[in-house]
Design a protein around this ligand. Sequence first.
Ligand SMILES: [Zn+2]
Length: 233
Amino acid sequence: MTYVEKLLKYQEADEKLLKVERELAGSQERKNLAQAVNFVTKATERLEALDGKALSLASTLEELNKKYADVSETLAEFENLDELLEGGADISFYKKNLAQISEKLKSIKQEVAALTKAIKDSNEEFQTLYTKNRAMQKQGKEYQEAYEKLKAEKRKESDIIKAELAKLSQDVAPEVMQRYQSKRSERIFPILCPEQAGRCSKCGSELSLAGKEKLLTGGVVECDNCHRFIYKP
Ligand SMILES: [Zn+2]
């Protein structure tokens, strides 16, 4: 057997391994798990952000309470307005003052309404997301179990193929094997392709003159375009 034939045999078995790997990577079990993990990660971040928002809303509420207390204090000064007026105080001054207080109260009322809405919205969002997140965490555990089960099944299959590959690799020169594995890790597959009318049969790129000559002597050349190994079939 030529080394090209040996390598082709290796590649044939390797293709089975690739199929098993792809089946696991493309499985619904893996997709489900990835989606659940993604949801929980994002939801946890959002819940933390909402927690921070709740703190900031609480401090805004505190400020508003202080403002309200200040205005109440000012209002208390009006309790003895009768006495002040009897004593000859200027009524227009107090009228102006009252108008200002009324404006302030109006503004505080608006702020309280906006804040109440913000707190309610934030709380609702938190509760809804928290419930969803708990459910997804539970679901995620089931997805994890299903994925682990599939992974174990696939590992059994791939272990058998890997044992076969280990045997077959003994027939291939180590430096050739190394180059093959390096291509494999670049996700190129098939790695070894036949030449077809002076071209790479995989991407159609024409081989150089030197390359074509090398093929005639039973050698292997690398395609300039897709970097696969080309051999003469
Ligand atoms: Zn090519």
